[in-house]
Design a protein around this ligand. Structure first.
Ligand SMILES: [Zn+2]
Length: 321
């Protein structure tokens, strides 16, 4: 989801006095994740309440410099790359239970939230279970699967990644078509999805072959061996398959957004909104995240071993909702 669209969701909730206690922001904590958290902090802390965040009042400026007393940032330690329990206890929780210095709201951002170790996660979970008043927690990560499911389920998910990957429309549309028909109602029906993907991969192989032949025609090198040609085909097919997986991941990101934030969220597969909202309502955020992680696993698995993608798909799709 585009940053401004995501921010509008927060702003609307804020205006209606229905701000959740915690957000799980999927995105890069150094880039769009940070921009997003700064914007939310400004919204909460800006002095110009009529058109917050104004961006130029003292509070807005302090937020931008990460110096505002009512907005804190927790990050992994540079050496261990971990967020340990002491930091959660001494910095975050201690700060969270205090009333804000300025009498208003407070925002705590945990960047690379997946780096919280077990102990830190448990301590944080306790705080989330009984959140202090007028305090918002914002967790930023690109690896939501590394978080405790119990933490995830207490957060509203905002996905800043959706639609960022330039998956060519050609493959994206096909994945949408297949997934709209997907159901795990029976083994046979789940198998039908795998067959549709297998057919799509056959088609991809054909396109890759055509492209490789085209390239061979255009090259001045007359000694393109069969192996080289095979290599070209393989590389192209793999790239297109990766696009298919990314598009599949976007499908489950949509389900995650709906399952954690409810209906009427901006979606990647807008055209299947009705279907996605229906399915998302039946899913827990944990299940949606598990599916996203399984697709990641699938991508790695196929990269490392030279297994026929349709075989792997059949296995994995059986586990996807
Ligand atoms: Zn301001």
């Amino acid at each position: 989801m585009e940053l401004n669209a995501a921010f509008e969701i927060v702003r609307r909730a804020w205006e209606k006095n229905r701000l959740p206690h915690a957000f799980l922001v999927l995105g890069n904590p150094r880039e769009e994740g940070r921009q997003f958290s700064d914007k939310v902090a400004q919204l909460l802390l800006c002095k110009n309440t009529e058109f917050a965040p104004c961006g130029y009042c003292n509070d807005c400026m302090l937020v931008r410099e990460h110096k505002h007393i009512d907005s804190i940032h927790i990050e992994p330690e540079s050496k261990s790359r971990k967020i340990v329990v002491d930091r959660i206890r001494d910095e975050l929780i201690e700060w969270a239970v205090r009333t804000s210095y300025l009498g208003g709201w407070k925002l705590a951002t945990i960047s690379f939230a997946d780096c919280m170790n077990q102990e830190a996660s448990n301590a944080f979970l306790k705080t989330l279970e009984e959140p202090p008043e007028k305090t918002v927690f914002l967790l930023i990560t690109n690896n939501p699967g590394m978080l405790l499911p119990t933490i995830v389920s207490r957060c509203q998910t905002i996905d800043l990644n959706t639609g960022k990957q330039p998956v060519p429309a050609q493959w994206r549309d096909r994945v949408g078509e297949i997934m709209a028909q997907h159901t795990t109602a029976s083994e046979l029906r789940a198998f039908a999805t795998a067959s549709r993907f297998a057919a799509l991969f056959e088609e991809i192989k054909g396109v890759a072959e055509e492209q490789a032949m085209e390239e061979k025609k255009n090259t001045t090198d007359l000694n393109i061996s069969k192996d080289v040609l095979e290599g070209w085909i393989g590389a192209r097919a793999k790239e297109m398959r990766t696009h298919v997986y990314l598009a599949l991941k976007d499908w489950y990101r949509d389900l995650l957004v709906v399952s954690s934030a409810g209906a009427n969220q901006p979606l990647f597969y807008e055209e299947y909104r009705e279907e996605i909202e229906k399915r998302g309502a039946k899913l827990t955020p944990e299940t949606a995240i598990a599916c996203i992680n399984q697709i990641d696993e699938l991508i790695v698995y196929l990269d490392e071993r030279h297994i026929r993608p349709e075989l792997a798909l059949n296995y994995w799709l059986g586990r996807l909702r």
